[in-house]
Design a protein around this ligand. Structure first.
Ligand code: COI
Length: 350
């Protein structure tokens, strides 16, 4: 594969305060891009990170034909850079693309682009607990035409942002009983840009009531708990972890599946099955709901301290040796090359 590389003349890294990063605001020196034209992906390029110009009629602006991924790179004490299960993201972006009638991006382009980009921007991957480089692959519809049909042209890109924690403060959630993020036959399982856009208004209404995220329920009955904000969600009732099965409504999260595999391997009982609002409310009332946490690439594991349902408020107890902190520490140790990689999840950039 021919990959054109144009390097920056001077890095902007010295202007970055790596100890005070807000999530996703600073980007590295280079970006990867590849255009789809005349029915084929063209020669991929790495260029200095910069704004890109589009015709105002580009379809992505009008119909939101766009999908994305979220990944992270970590640096260990030997200055080696590692990805976590990148094959999962590569496969998922093409599943998302298929649902939005977009062409699949070739696996070898994905991995070569990602590898070369990370080699060039290696200094942006900071060592140490809590530091990582958030990687954002995405595909947008670039045909200049406002007819409502799939674009003929696309742009695939990868941009990278040094990050620390995703949530700065405590997280409490409101259980959705009016709005939905997905429905049967919809695009909930895809990482479609519009899924996130559609969640902002309900999230704002929840925030006005003091909840940092919405705990999404199924669209038809609002009786099943499905996701939390932009994350999958887990509940610990006594010593059992519960999480909803993936479906056409639920994202097949990489962190989610890693938690399930890790917890089961550690002998923690995990039930992957529909989780009812009523059973979680009941468990909370009995003091048996010990933990709730969101799971996603950006936040890894984000403990949820309380929730509201139809105006009723619940606070979770403070537990010693929480599953959330144990699993988060164990998985981030694997990601950072500090622990044995029993499941073969790490991928070295070389
Ligand atoms: C993730 O946690 O993986 C996400 O996709 C979050 C992102 C929307 C910032």
């Amino acid at each position: 594969m021919a990959l054109h590389i144009e390097k920056i003349s001077k890095s902007k890294i010295s202007s970055v305060d790596f100890n005070n990063l807000k999530f996703g605001q600073i980007f590295t020196d280079h970006m990867f891009e590849c255009d789809y034209e005349n029915g084929a992906w063209q020669t991929p390029k790495i260029r200095p990170y910069q704004p890109i110009a589009f015709d105002p009629s580009a379809k992505v602006f009008h119909y939101g034909q766009a999908v994305f991924e979220g990944m992270k790179a970590y640096k260990d004490d030997n200055n080696d850079v590692w990805l976590f299960r990148p094959d999962q993201n590569q496969e998922r972006i093409n599943k998302s693309a298929e649902r939005l009638d977009m062409p699949a991006f070739p696996k070898e382009y994905f991995f070569e682009g990602l590898t070369e980009l990370l080699k060039l921007d290696k200094d942006w991957v900071q060592k140490g607990e809590g530091n990582s480089l958030y990687i954002r692959p995405f595909v947008i519809a670039t045909e200049n035409c406002v007819s409502a049909s799939a674009s003929t042209n696309y742009k695939f890109m990868i941009i990278c942002s040094p990050v620390q924690a995703y949530y700065a403060g405590e997280v409490r959630v409101e259980i959705a009983d009016k709005y939905s993020r997905s429905a049967n036959g919809g695009v909930g399982y895809a990482k479609a840009a519009g899924n996130y856009a559609a969640s902002f208004y309900p999230a704002k209404l929840a925030a006005q009531k003091g909840y940092q995220q919405v705990l999404w329920t199924d669209a038809s009955t609002h009786e099943l708990l499905e996701e939390a904000g932009t994350m999958n969600v887990f509940f610990r009732v006594n010593d059992t972890l519960l999480t909803a099965p993936t479906s056409e409504r639920i994202l097949d999260g990489v962190t989610r599946k890693s938690i399930i595999q890790f917890a089961e391997d550690k002998g923690i009982k995990v039930e992957v099955r529909p989780v009812k609002v009523a059973e979680i409310v009941e468990a909370a009332k009995k003091g048996e709901l010990l933990e709730m946490f969101g799971a996603g690439t950006a936040a890894v594991i984000s403990p949820i301290l309380g929730f509201a349902h139809k105006g009723e408020k619940f606070e979770l107890p403070k537990v010693e040796n929480s599953y959330a902190s144990f699993i988060k520490k164990s998985i981030t140790d694997i990601q950072r090359n500090l622990a044995e990689d029993k499941f073969g999840w790490r991928y070295k950039i070389q």
